[in-house]
Design a protein around this ligand. Structure first.
Ligand SMILES: [Cu+2]
Length: 136
């Protein structure tokens, strides 16, 4: 009887160590997967959201776009909602791709993306505010 207890006492710590190692390596894999994805191909780590007729929201708050990079399917509408009291815009860097014009506090402007591509944009009033819409 006492020998059985001794064996159990030995086995349990081994099991605990095995579980800790298993959980630890899962965390490492998740962390490595996230950082590798964003380092090589930024879009790969981002889930493609939306579809034709669907709406994906980008919040503007604290002088930043959230999320700053959005990957959407063709035909998705992106709703830019300004949570700041200051006016902002979402204006494409290149050409007349898209421009919401000034968005007041609490207002939303919709932009529908029909062509695939990577569209960098900024706020006209605060050019340090930048974002990217990737359309697949
Ligand atoms: Cu702004």
């Amino acid at each position: 009887m006492s020998k059985l207890l001794t064996n159990r006492a030995r086995i349990i710590p081994v099991l605990v160590v095995a579980v800790v190692i298993a959980v630890g390596s899962t965390l490492v894999i998740v962390l490595a997967g996230g950082s590798t994805g964003s380092a090589s191909t930024p879009a790969a780590a981002t889930t493609v959201a939306g579809s034709t007729g669907k709406v994906v929201t980008v919040d503007i708050s604290m002088f930043a776009f959230h999320p700053s990079t959005v990957t959407v399917a063709r035909g998705t509408t992106v709703a830019f909602t300004n949570m700041d009291t200051t006016e902002h815009t979402a204006t494409a860097d290149i050409g007349p791709t898209f421009d919401t014009g000034p968005i007041q506090h609490g207002q939303t402007r919709m932009v529908t993306f029909t062509k695939p591509g990577t569209f960098a944009y900024k706020c006209d009033f605060h050019p340090f505010m930048t974002g990217t819409i990737i359309v697949r």
